[in-house]
Design a protein around this ligand. Structure first.
Ligand SMILES: O=C(O)CCC(=O)C(=O)O
Length: 290
């Protein structure tokens, strides 16, 4: 089913991202938010990362300094495994139809997660390209970031560099350390071209797997919560274990299974699978000069 017009398709391939309104209907949005609020409440009784995912790492990641009174839950890995609502949205959103139109018809799930910036938290996402975390046989990969809250400029919106999906794959290893982020010099060079993506709750941003992006801290007094689903063409096959594994990895969400692999050329260092709860620990290893 085509949900994008020709201008939107062209814009996605030109810019490497596309903003889509009304990707999640209001009743589902309410259900997603209420599940998220429960997880925040659950986190109040923990002092550090907790829960378990498929590979034994913690499912719920909290910022250092997290307390019951001032929770800083920052990541929930593979929420589709613990919530039927998240599973349903991952499968049924019109954003998935849009992904199928762009890189389909056959589309699978790569991974899913929630990124949260609660009021008072310092969480920021250093600039990176998703493909450098997950080498695949080709780069037909699209990450959909569903907005669970209104995202204003004060909330640390996603920032993207238009056209960067057609540019270089930047190094994410520095001085022998996988920091999951590009060199500070790349950030300095590209900062002026970065475009913020604010928007209403229920919207989504579709982003190509090679697009350079990041986001700053939330300076407002309300949350900024994103449900993030990374999808890929069905014949785009992983070259390394998934860094956010789940029982839904590889599920065909549009089209059909073909048992084919398609290869395109790209070259990069193998990333390091995080040993902690999420990539935030890896990004914290990035020092100013790197
Ligand atoms: O939370 C954000 O603003 C961006 C998320 C992101 O880039 C990621 O988790 O890979």
């Amino acid at each position: 089913m085509d949900v994008l017009n020709r201008d939107q398709v062209e814009a996605f391939w030109r810019d490497g991202y596309l903003f889509l309104e009304d990707a999640v209907p209001p009743e589902k949005l309410t259900a997603l938010s209420s599940e998220f609020d429960n997880w925040v409440d659950q986190s109040r009784s923990h002092r550090q990362a907790f829960g378990t995912t498929l590979d034994g790492r913690p499912r719920f990641d909290v910022e250092p300094g997290h307390t019951a009174e001032a929770p800083t839950l920052r990541r929930i890995s593979s929420p589709t495994e613990i919530s039927d609502t998240y599973l349903d949205v991952m499968r049924s959103s019109i954003a998935v139809d849009a992904v199928a139109q762009l890189i389909g018809p056959n589309v699978t799930l790569n991974h899913s997660k929630v990124n949260s910036k609660l009021p008072g938290a310092r969480t920021e996402v250093k600039f990176h390209q998703d493909f450098l975390f997950e080498p695949h046989s080709n780069d037909d990969m699209i990450t959909v970031l569903y907005f669970l809250d209104d995202v204003t400029m004060q909330k640390g919106p996603l920032e993207v560099l238009p056209g960067s999906h057609r540019g270089p794959l930047y190094e994410h290893w520095h001085d022998g350390v996988f920091t999951g982020s590009v060199a500070s010099a790349v950030v300095d060079e590209t900062r002026d071209g970065m475009v913020p993506c604010p928007g209403r709750s229920g919207s989504a941003c579709l982003m190509h797997g090679r697009t350079l992006h990041g986001s700053g801290p939330n300076h407002s007094d309300s949350p900024r919560t994103l449900f993030i689903c990374a999808y890929k063409a069905e014949d785009c096959r992983p070259l390394q274990a998934c860094h956010v594994p789940s029982v839904h990895e590889g599920e065909v969400v549009r089209g059909e299974a073909t048992n084919r692999v398609r290869c395109s050329e790209s070259e990069m260092a193998y990333p390091e699978i995080p040993t902690g709860a999420s990539f935030f620990n890896q990004q914290e290893r990035h020092t100013v000069d790197m």
